[in-house]
Write a protein that binds this ligand. Structure first.
Ligand SMILES: C[S@@+](CC[C@H](N)C(=O)[O-])C[C@H]1O[C@@H](n2cnc3c(N)ncnc32)[C@H](O)[C@@H]1O
Length: 227
């Protein structure tokens, strides 16, 4: 059953936007040139969702076209000034109703008491928020008991690649890439927030020879235990 709504979305629009023009232009290019593999993972990540969905950091709105018709409403946040208008445009042709809010998820959450969602979708975004552990605890409280967190995130590697990720995260990468951090153990944060991971797996993000600190994706489903 879909979760109830108690706060009109128009009331939670916030001034909390971000401006990373280099990252925004690069992401616009990348999101318009995705491989069949990442498209397949996006489809899988959203398959079977129902009811009200909260999507964090929608980018150009790439996920929108993959939502199944069983979703009744998507509330999507995108704070980046060059990306939010593209997400709004993508929302116009989405197969389900999508409302784009130009705010950080932190600003949205601070004003969204009483909101309940059937699911939260995080794709390639938990690397970029300031405090993923605190955010995931807040998201946990917004999901109805039995509801899900769907995640498709790039995660920390081990070995030499892991050491390079730590150097990248401490230097130029977050500054260039809209606060992206490559060496996060996102699944551990999801579990620490209280979710039960029902299934997840890792896949290479790009060919091993490709010179980027982003190496592996994790895709999975986590459930908020029923009360
Ligand atoms: C790499 S992009 C991924 C976009 C989209 N989720 C996708 O799968 O294509 C990361 C996005 O997260 C957004 N983001 C970063 N920090 C955020 C925050 N605190 N609140 C909401 N969105 C955020 C960025 O603006 C950016 O659009």
């Amino acid at each position: 059953m879909a979760a109830g709504s108690s706060t009109p979305r128009e009331e939670v629009v916030s001034e909390a936007t971000t401006s990373n023009p280099f990252f925004a232009r690069l992401w616009t290019f990348l999101s318009n040139h995705e491989t069949d593999e990442i498209k397949r993972m996006r489809t899988e990540n959203l398959a079977g969702l129902t009811g009200r969905v909260l999507e964090i950091g929608a980018g150009t709105g790439t996920n929108f076209s993959y939502y199944p018709p069983t979703v009744t409403e998507v509330i999507a946040m995108e704070p980046e000034r060059l990306l939010a208008p593209q997400a709004r445009k993508a929302a116009e042709t989405a197969p389900v109703p999508v409302k784009v809010t130009e705010a950080t998820v932190e600003a949205f959450l601070s004003e969204s008491q009483g909101e309940v969602f059937d699911a939260v979708v995080c794709s390639l975004v938990l690397c970029s928020v300031d405090d993923p552990d605190a955010l995931l605890r807040q998201l946990f409280s917004l999901v109805r008991p039995g509801g899900q967190l769907r995640f498709l995130e790039h995660v920390a590697s081990g070995g030499v690649r892991g050491r390079l990720q730590k150097i990248a995260d401490a230097t130029i990468w977050p500054r260039l890439m809209g606060n992206c951090h490559t060496h996060r153990d996102t699944q551990a944060s999801i579990v620490a927030a209280g979710f039960t991971v029902d299934g997840s797996r890792r896949e290479p993000a790009l060919p091993a020879w490709f010179p980027t600190p982003v190496a592996e994706y994790t895709i999975g489903r986590a459930t908020k235990p029923a009360a």
